[in-house]
Ligand binder design. Structure first.
Ligand code: SF4
Ligand code: SF4
Length: 642
């Protein structure tokens, strides 16, 4: 965006119009939302200013359109915002009819100031600042409208609405929207809004690592809004009222889609494609659908009735699910013969990665990979408690294994991690709960040799580590300390340092490119592989990711398959990379209020039981927590040349 003619973005005025002297900003000076270049944008008006790129832009009409868009988001709770925007719209309408006067401009400025000062939420306090800029810096255009020298025109516009939390959520959920519905006791409506992009709300409301909360504006005031728990509250409320149902397709289509893998990515794609009217069959090798949510997460974090209920709802709209059905060979030709028009490979990542210790391939009794351990446990296999177990790794899978061992009844459960606590990828909540349950953490060490006697594990030879320079992940690299080897005695070793996929065999002629990491290569926009009609996504493309990432991929793949079958292309929208979404021109006074807490199962009751540990909100608690949201909506409207 080198050709900025005028900008008030972030309150910094750059004015390169005729007769003005300020210099054009360099790219480094101004980071704007990135608009789709093919639309040849002329000007944009957003929460943090007005930016004009082309002298042909019609600023008065853009202002009118911007006001119409923000009017949709004014909730009316504090009246001043809604009434103020309505009056501004009326004034511009009167100007266009020849009923305006110069005094209207002064009135507009006064209204904007009143709304910014007296609105209750972040949206009302900031949304009108760019309108003030347009009146101030493009006053002559408003005067021309008043004099009848200019007309209002409905140009071609695009609009997007986001928020700091929405941009941080991998699926871009309308977080302020669903929170506001909860605030107004509209739990079902809130759930419907969540389900538009997150078809497993009760699951995600329990297990999401909630990057949205790190981005929450409220975090800088007191504590972030409990976005995840509010999502869970919407799902739990629905279940308490009978469990509802999902809307099915409006029309049926002839084409059929095969989905390989019933994990979150496969389920999300299946739901969306079915909603579009396609016939959908999911082939799942395990006895249950849900992928890692079913076999990789223990029940004390995700009760199975929650997952099963949400899968049932998807099945009820007509998605066919074939469990215990492993697709050994992937051949589009064969699938086409069976009547499928497209395939989505979403097999997940269910194979543990080697730790690189001598003896790990010997098949010793007492050496069990973490994903396999959790899968067996979740599929009902009984594990006999022993004296001691060591779990290798620092992610949530390692924590899940360790905390499960506490429940099974091991006397001594220890985690070995090669870096320090700071670099541990597991969430703080998980680490804190594990510590409460008695799990011991050993940092800066790693096993180099598995020790065994008569084919059974007896211990591990470990080496101490120190932290070196950061690696490509940004975390400091662990470096072994020579001569620091020592031995730990143990009955069971569970390595849990990561997962990879087990891909179906692909016949030669239909070659799908596999990356050096063993993942499937796809087009980053369409998710199509090198073989036409074969799409892939989820953990088998990205490597292990969180549930909401997989759901987001499933949503996108469904759109892409629809475009492939019906013709059409996927729209590339606006992006906000490098834009500080927390920054806004106005922020009023917010009364501090800590987040509403939830209860946890007593630590003593956790041993020997897989009962859910974290409690949820009551309706009243959820409504009270929802009050804390500041509605930090960020609206951007831009005029397009095409
Ligand atoms: S206060 Fe509400 S809208 Fe603002 S970032 Fe937090 S959750 Fe999102
Ligand atoms: S899915 Fe996760 S990241 Fe998205 S809003 Fe919910 S808790 Fe936040």
């Amino acid at each position: 965006m080198d050709n900025v003619i005028f900008s008030s973005w972030n309150g910094k005025i750059v004015d390169n119009r005729k007769g003005k002297t300020s210099k054009a900003p360099k790219r480094a000076d101004i980071t704007l939302p990135k608009l789709p270049e093919e639309e040849k944008p002329l000007a944009l008006m957003g929460w943090n200013g007005l930016v004009v790129m082309n002298p042909e832009a019609d600023i008065v009409s853009l202002t009118l359109r911007y006001l119409k868009e923000i009017r949709k988001l004014s909730c009316g709770e504090c009246s001043v915002c809604m009434i103020g925007i309505d009056r501004l719209l009326d004034i511009i309408g009167e100007m266009a009819k020849g009923e305006g006067s110069k005094a209207d401009i002064a009135e507009m400025k006064a209204i904007i100031k009143q709304v910014c000062v007296n609105s209750k939420c972040g949206f009302g306090q900031s949304a009108l600042f760019p309108v003030l800029d347009s009146i101030k810096f493009y006053k002559s255009d408003f005067l021309a409208l008043i004099k009848g020298e200019k007309k209002l025109e409905d140009k071609d516009y695009s609009c997007t609405v986001t928020a700091p939390c929405m941009e941080a959520c991998p699926a871009g959920l309308d977080i302020p929207g669903y929170i506001e519905l909860i605030k107004n006791n509209k739990f079902k409506e809130s759930l419907d809004l969540i389900c538009e992009n997150c078809i497993l709300p009760g699951v995600v409301g329990r297990v999401c690592t909630h990057p949205c909360e790190d981005a929450c504006v409220r975090k800088d005031i007191d504590e972030p809004v409990s976005i995840r728990l509010l999502k869970r509250a919407a799902a739990d409320d629905d279940l308490q009222h009978g469990g509802g149902s999902l809307n099915g397709p409006q029309k049926e289509r002839e084409e059929r889609i095969a989905i390989i893998g019933a994990g979150p990515a496969g389920l999300a794609a299946a739901y969306n494609l079915r909603l579009m009217g396609y016939g959908v069959t999911i082939f799942e090798s395990l006895p249950h659908a849900g992928g890692m949510a079913a076999v990789g997460i223990p029940e004390y974090r995700l009760p199975r009735d929650i997952l099963n209920h949400e899968i049932d709802l998807i099945k009820r709209i007509g998605v066919e699910l074939k469990v215990n059905t492993k697709v050994e060979k992937l051949s589009l030709k064969d699938l086409k013969k069976k009547g499928y028009n497209a395939v989505f490979v979403a097999v997940g990542a269910h194979i543990g990665i080697k730790i690189g210790a001598e003896g790990e391939d010997k098949g010793y009794e007492g050496f069990v990979d973490g994903v396999e351990f959790l899968r067996d446990l979740n599929l009902g296999k009984k594990v006999q408690p022993q004296k001691k177990v060591i779990v290798i790794g620092g992610g949530n899978t390692a924590l899940d294994c360790a905390r499960s061992c506490v429940r099974i009844g091991f006397d001594d459960v220890e985690i070995i991690y090669r870096r320090s606590r700071v670099e541990m990828p597991a969430s703080d909540e998980e680490i804190e709960e594990a510590e409460k349950e008695g799990v011991k953490f050993n940092y800066l060490m790693t096993p180099v040799k598995i020790l065994a006697k008569d084919g059974k594990v007896t211990g591990a030879e470990c080496i101490k580590m120190k932290l070196g320079k950061p690696d490509e992940s940004g975390r400091r690299r662990p470096v072994p300390i020579k001569g620091s080897e020592f031995t730990i005695d143990t009955d069971l070793i569970i390595p849990a340092i990561g997962q990879r996929s087990e891909l179906p065999v692909i016949p030669d002629k239909e070659k799908i490119e596999i990356t050096k990491w063993g993942t499937i290569k796809v087009d980053p926009i369409t998710y199509m592989t090198d073989v036409e009609g074969v799409f892939a996504g989820g953990d088998c493309v990205t490597g292990p990711a969180i549930v909401i990432d997989a759901l987001n991929t499933g949503n996108k793949v469904a759109k892409s398959i629809d475009c492939y079958l019906q013709g059409g292309s996927l729209a590339r929208g606006i992006t906000f990379e490098g834009v500080d979404l927390k920054k806004q021109m106005g922020r009023g006074f917010t009364v501090k209020a800590p987040a509403q807490g939830v209860g946890f199962l007593d630590v003593k009751e956790r041993v020997g039981s897989f009962e859910e540990v974290e409690g949820g909100y009551t309706s009243m608690e959820a409504m009270s927590e929802a009050q804390r949201c500041l509605r930090c909506y960020r609206v951007v409207v831009w005029e397009k040349a095409i």
